[in-house]
Design a protein around this ligand. Structure first.
Ligand code: SAM
Length: 330
């Protein structure tokens, strides 16, 4: 059986990373980053490798003609290799955002910002960049300048290499995103937020959404930080736990929203996309307040059907379209 272009690139990445993992004594994920960088630079950068190993790896790279692959094909192969590496990690908060969610987010970004050709886009928890590059690949006609932030240097390196291979201009910052960011406010924020407690209480104290007692929720602080770095009238799309408005700190969150943003929608994703019902998530859509902008007449609330039911999905996307016609102020 002939391998598809996605499979061929995956095998090349996988086989070269397996060699690099052993030779460099690093993790498979780090080796994927090394191999991706070699592919992008079209040379073998690891000086410490023997000539025989270099030749062995080069032979694999010669099987690939990157210029013949689409951005989505490159992203998918890279994603399969990262998924393999992530199995070793088992860190729920570091998991890549699945394609289906990225594609749905790109639909929302497209619809809510349809009147802007030029956009600045921030993902303050960019991780491997899979969510961001999925969105970029599905909005090929837009001129988008993207910014990504992540505290994890290995994931950020993967984001950097993935963006290079897919030829997306991307500015990256390896830092705690809840520390001050050295960026101008953006038009759009997208993020699959890290959920849990934020350990830095000193920094948390600078936030309105800090907890009065004990550790604060990092996802709440991320929302506040993202709103701060969004232009007035700009949109924010967050992947949040379904129970966001049922937590002990929900009252504070409501007050913060009332003051700063208009809640546009809360779209519950199908439970089948998640490991369990308790880990299921929704997409929260916000618009930062601005003079002249009205809140929606009603908030868009919907439960998305299983993605294996295309007719039901089409139906809900149609409903979102109709809602936008009636409720979107600008
Ligand atoms: N969308 C990403 C992707 O497709 O790979 C996955 C995001 S993952 C659910 C959440 C990310 O938040 C992880 O990459 C983690 O390293 C990052 N993170 C957690 N706490 C952070 C912090 N304080 N500052 C910046 N990044 C943080």
């Amino acid at each position: 059986m002939i391998a598809s272009p996605v499979e061929t690139l995956f095998y090349v990445l996988d086989e070269t990373a397996t060699v690099l993992e052993e030779e460099l004594q690093c993790t498979y994920l780090e080796a994927i980053a090394e191999s991706g960088e070699n592919l992008f630079q079209q040379t073998i950068l690891q000086e410490e490798l023997s000539e025989i190993t270099k030749k062995r790896i080069q032979k694999k790279y010669d099987e690939i003609k990157l210029e013949q692959l689409s951005k989505e094909q490159i992203r998918k192969s890279f994603q399969f290799a990262i998924l393999k590496g992530m199995k070793e990690l088992a860190q729920p908060n570091h998991q890549m955002t699945p394609d289906s969610i990225g594609i749905f987010m790109s639909f929302l970004v497209d619809k809510f910002s349809h009147n802007r050709d030029q956009l600045t886009l921030l993902d303050p928890a960019i991780g491997t960049g899979n969510l961001l590059t999925t969105v970029l690949n599905h909005l090929p006609d837009r001129n988008i300048d993207s910014i990504g932030v992540d505290i994890d240097d290995v994931l950020l390196k993967l984001a950097y290499i993935g963006a290079n291979l897919q030829e997306h201009p991307l500015q990256l910052f390896n830092q705690d995103a809840l520390e001050p960011l050295f960026i101008d406010p953006v038009d759009v924020v997208i993020s699959d937020l890290p959920v849990g407690y934020y350990p830095n209480e000193v920094r948390a104290n600078e936030y309105t959404l800090r907890s009065e007692e004990g550790h604060s929720y990092s996802h709440h602080l991320f929302i506040e930080q993202s709103v701060k770095y969004t232009k007035e009238g700009g949109y924010l799309f967050f992947l949040v736990p379904n129970g966001l408005f049922e937590s002990p700190q929900a009252k504070q969150l409501h007050e913060f929203f009332k003051d700063q943003v208009f809640i546009q929608g809360l779209l519950q994703l199908p439970t089948s996309l998640f490991k369990s019902e308790s880990s299921a998530k929704s997409v929260l859509v916000l618009q930062k307040k601005m003079e002249g902008i009205q809140p929606p007449k009603e908030v868009l609330l919907a439960k998305l059907p299983s993605l294996s039911n295309p007719r039901a999905v089409e139906d809900i996307l149609g409903k979102i379209d109709s809602w936008l016609k009636v409720n979107k102020s600008r």
